[in-house]
Structures are given as C-alpha cells and as structure tokens.
Design a protein around this ligand. Structure first.
Ligand code: GLA
Length: 461
C-alpha cells in the first residue's frame, strides 16, 4: 500500500499539509468539510502537491518536515509538481457501444453462431491519468463514486475496505483480468455516462467492460487484438461479476462495424460483417420491465444446457456441446431427457440452424424470410427456453400486426428488457407511435421505442 504526503492550497492562499492513501479523494473530503478543521474554515482547497512514501511512519515523518517548511518553500514544491502533472496527465475519452442481437440467442455459451450489431447508443468514459495505483470512478447517471486500489482487486473492496458497489465490479473485474495476463493497469480518474438503458438487454455491462479495457490499453501503452480484448472482458463478467455469460456481447461491443451486423462462429471465432438491408430500420422497443433473478435464471439455463450435453454424451461420446447435435438426434433420444432440459436443447439446436439460414437469406436480399426467422426465434425463446415474459410477448404480438414490420422478437438475455424489430423505413414513424400506444393500452406501461443504426466498436475519440 502506498502512502502520500500532500499540500492543499486553501482559499486564502495558505497551505495545508497532510498524509493520505488517496490524495484526490482527500481533496474532496476537505472540500466537503470532512477533512480538517483548518480546511473546513478555508474552503475551497486545491491539491497542489503529492509525494509518495513507502510506509506510514515515513509519511508521518515527512508530513512533519513539510509542515516546518516556509510558505515560499511550499510554493516552490507546488509549482514543481504542477509542471510535472501537466506533462503526465493525459485526457482521454473512450466511447463503447451497446449491442442488439438480431438472431442467435442463448447459443453463444453452446458453441453456436450469433448475429449481433453494435448500436449507436453507448457508454462514454472520460479519463484523467494519475500517478498512483488508485482508480477513482464516478458513475454520473447514478450519482455515485468509488475509489479502489488496483492492488486489492482480489478482495473486491474500495479504498476504505467496504465492498465495491455492483456497478464498479465491471471495471474492477476488467482490471483484475488484465493484471492476471501481465498487462499494466494504472490508476486513473474516470467519469462515465451512458445513453444505453442499463440492464435492458442491450449490453450496458459489456459496453462498460470493453470501454474500460480500451482505457487501460491506452493508459498502459499495450496493444491487444479486439477478439482477445473481448475475451478478457467476458472473463471479467464470468469470473469476477459471476454471470456465466458467453462471448457475444463483449465481441459485438469491441468489433462493431457501422452499417453491418456481425456473424460470429463462437467455436472457430471466425466472423465477418454482413451489410444490413437497405430500406429497413432496426427499431428497439424497451418494455421498461426488468425482472429480478436475471443472473440466477441465466446461470440456470447455462446449467441446463450442460445437463443436455451430459445426457448426449452417454450415447454419443464425441459430443462436446449442443453445436455437435442435430434436432433429429435430440428427437431420437427424447425419452432420456427431463422435459425442461429437452426444451432448452431444442431451442439451442434450432436457433443455431436459424442463424445459418438467416445469414444466407439476408445476403440473398430476402428480408421477409429473415423476419420470419426472427418471429420463429421469439416463439422458441418463449416456449422452449422460457426467458420471455408477458410484456415482451405483448410487444412482439402488437409489432407483428403493424404495417411495415417484417420481424420482431426478444433480444438479449430476456426476463424483460427489449424487443428488436425490423421495420420498413417509411413505416417507422407510424410503427413507433402505434406500438407505444397499444402497449400502453394493454399494460399501462410507457415503452421507450427508438430506431438505431449499426455502429463501430469501442474506440478513443
Ligand atoms: C446475455 C449474455 C450473452 C448471451 C445473451 C443471450 O446478453 O451476456 O452472452 O448469452 O444473454 O443470447
């Protein structure tokens, strides 16, 4: 642990000397009147000098020595530090998009194929470099802040030893994974804001993870290919946050290509961008419903898929994942499966087939056929995978009856969240109005409905 001696310049020009574990946080405390009696009476204060000490007793000794210096000597120290900071502080802004999944739901942790697109809704992270190992984060939309040291990531605690708030687990988890891979992770000050609805199935968590991975890449002056970066971000979510997710979200946030959806084969990690059809828009409808237990239900589905693989393996030892079996093989062995496990497997196997077909029809310009596959996916998620809910089903049902809509379905993990709709461009305005109105009439809820564009992956601006 590092200790710091510091100088604050007070409102009347005088200096206050102290020691701390986190100089920037200490500055805030002084300004909130929670630092010392002297600074409380001479606010606002500004941090003008920091010096690292190896241990507490050296910090206390040095604090005493600085206190004895003349005002002029302190002024000199402050000026020298200011010059140094101006050189080493780098302002950096990173934008990291959410994603919408067009097809291939709950197949990424089954070695399947997915077809997501990064979207023009994103997390924006503004960063200042700092000299120590402390990460200070401010979540602007939540009005919350936290500081933690990159040396105590294992314990998931902040600088005061308190458990990290849930939102901070995403960046902290990324730092933890990066360190395990021997990459430099520096302290920083960052604030972030998002125009992506949180927890609505548009990958706000992956956007945060990938965004912070890019921030540390720039600050640490190392370079990772985007697939590896996405895999590290996924590892943060699985191993640190505890959601046993697949790779799709982090992949899409890291690799998005404007105007395109991305077809990714999770088994080979081969992928390519596929242009979105001209004359159509992707419209997202947020049901504004969020069901608890998303994480535990998600992990249960993952577990049920593993169970299905084990049952297959009794008969077909060469099977490693549901990617390796056909619907016919499932039907032949149906009697061996508990009903829920049979249904989960039927969804996964049929969904992988739908993605293969969907990419072909889209590239052949058969947009209607693509839309039919979206409806089929929704039915499968609702009936076999059991991850939909009443409000989402209502959104899909209404959309299916509206002019210009060729396909609609639940997108993302489920249990609330959003639907994705493919709508003829000229019909978008009326579609949006009608969907909002009819959903309100049937549920009493005002949905947020917006068209989106396929965007580029996370980048520095
Ligand atoms: C969440 C997960 C993804 C994926 C989807 C469902 O978004 O993070 O890995 O499994 O659910 O397709």
């Amino acid at each position: 642990m590092a200790y710091y001696c510091y100088l604050m310049r007070c409102a009347d020009g005088s200096f206050y000397t102290g020691w701390t574990l986190d100089p920037h946080r200490r500055e805030q405390q002084h300004n909130q009147g929670r630092g010392a009696k002297y600074t409380r009476l001479h606010r606002p204060v500004k941090l003008v000098y920091v010096e690292e000490q190896p241990d507490l007793s050296s910090a206390l000794k040095r604090e005493k020595a600085i206190k004895k210096l003349s005002h002029q000597q302190k002024e000199k120290m402050a000026l020298g530090w200011q010059d140094k900071m101006e050189i080493s502080f780098a302002d950096l802004t990173v934008v990291s998009p959410g994603r919408v999944n067009l097809l291939g739901e709950h197949v990424d942790y089954n070695d399947g194929l997915v077809f997501p697109a990064a979207i023009d809704r994103e997390v924006t992270i503004r960063v200042g470099k700092r000299m120590d190992d402390v990460v200070y984060l401010r979540a602007l939309d939540l009005g919350e802040e936290v500081s933690f040291s990159v040396n105590t990531l294992d314990q998931k605690i902040d600088i005061d030893g308190q458990p990290l708030p849930t939102w901070a687990l995403y960046p902290a988890g990324v730092a933890w994974v990066l360190l395990q891979h021997g990459l430099r992770v520096s302290g920083m000050e960052a604030e972030f804001t998002s125009n992506l609805p949180m927890g609505a199935g548009l990958s706000s968590s992956a956007a945060l993870e990938v965004g912070f991975a890019v921030v540390w890449e720039v600050l640490g002056d190392w370079d990772l290919d985007r697939m590896t970066l996405a895999r590290y971000a996924q590892a943060a979510e699985v191993q640190y946050v505890g959601l046993n997710c697949g790779l799709m979200d982090q992949f899409a946030c890291a690799n998005g290509v404007a105007g395109h959806a991305l077809v990714l084969d999770i088994r080979s990690l081969q992928w390519r961008p596929v242009p979105l059809p001209a004359g159509y828009k992707i419209v997202i409808a947020n049901s504004m419903v969020k069901h608890e237990l998303v994480g535990s239900e998600y992990n249960t589905r993952h577990q049920e898929c593993n169970e299905a693989v084990e049952i297959f393996q009794h008969h077909l030892p060469e099977v490693h994942s549901l990617r390796d079996v056909s619907l016919q093989q499932l039907l032949t062995l149906q009697a061996e499966f508990p009903e829920n496990v049979f249904k989960r497997a039927r969804h996964v196997i049929s969904e992988i087939g739908r993605v293969q077909q969907a990419v072909q029809v889209l590239e052949a310009g058969e947009v209607k056929a693509f839309g039919e596959l979206m409806y089929a996916t929704h039915a499968s998620l609702r009936d076999d995978y059991a991850v939909s809910c009443r409000e989402i089903d209502i959104l899909v049902e209404i959309a299916a009856g509206l002019p210009g809509c060729v396909g609609a379905r639940l997108t993302g993990g489920g249990f609330g969240g959003c639907t994705v709709n493919l709508v003829r461009e000229e019909a978008v305005a009326e579609f949006t109005r009608e969907l909002k109105q009819q959903y309100l009439e049937r549920t009493g809820i005002s949905a947020a409905i917006f068209p989106c564009q396929a965007a580029n992956g996370a980048h520095v601006i």
